[in-house]
Design a binder for this molecule. Structure first.
Ligand SMILES: CC(C)(COP(=O)(O)OP(=O)(O)OC[C@H]1O[C@@H](n2cnc3c(N)ncnc32)[C@H](O)[C@@H]1OP(=O)(O)O)[C@@H](O)C(=O)NCCC(=O)NCCS
Length: 162
């Protein structure tokens, strides 16, 4: 990983997804078998970090919403009293074993936050789905807060990111 990695939209025709190994088979399988369908059906976007031709990491981003009551009081006070609040969801994030521990997970997170705050379509928070406690700890390390009734779903207010 001599040069900084490029982060770009997944190009299923040009990029080899078969070698990707994050150590979490469900996340590897998603990239191999499901991501292109989700992109085609406009269910989610998928962005990859590239080391040359090799996929070093990826994340998905989709439109979402979150119940206002799940958010903490101080944030709720700043929002209109709609039942649901607009959000972006980073549904998946994974780094290949060969690239872990070098800041790539954090860089992908920052990249997703940048896309979320630059979007023409506004949203109040970035949501993430943590697959287990370790993943939740990774997000908490980056300032994410768990929803009141769903400890594996965490959020970051986009206002504070901006
Ligand atoms: C979680 C994951 C994305 C982290 O990627 P990574 O490239 O190894 O992480 P980074 O090197 O960018 O770490 C950035 C920071 O997070 C911290 N961190 C990494 N994993 C952590 C964890 N599980 N808990 C708490 N902090 C963690 C690092 O210490 C580092 O801290 P620093 O910036 O203060 O030095 C990666 O381990 C992975 O792909 N895991 C399997 C899939 C997964 O759990 N995905 C999460 C969403 S479901």
């Amino acid at each position: 990983m001599s040069n900084p990695l490029q982060i770009a939209a997944l190009d299923t025709a040009a990029q080899d997804r078969s070698r990707f190994n994050s150590g979490t088979p469900a996340l590897d399988r998603y990239l191999r078998e499901q991501a292109s369908q989700d992109i085609r059906r406009r269910i989610a976007a998928c962005f990859v970090a590239l080391d040359g031709e090799r996929i070093a990491g990826y994340y998905t981003l989709a439109a979402a919403s979150v119940p206002l009551v799940g958010l903490p009081d101080d944030l709720r006070r700043k929002l209109p009293r709609y039942g649901m609040v607009p959000a972006f969801l980073m549904g998946r994030l994974a780094v290949d074993e060969a690239f872990k521990g070098r800041g790539l997970g954090g860089a992908l997170l920052v990249n997703a936050l940048r896309r979320a705050i630059r979007s023409e379509i506004p949203a109040a928070v970035l949501l993430v789905d943590a697959k287990d406690e370790q993943a939740a700890a990774f997000y908490r390390h980056h300032g994410f807060i768990a929803l009141a009734d769903a400890p594996r779903t965490l959020f970051l207010p986009l206002d504070c990111v901006r």
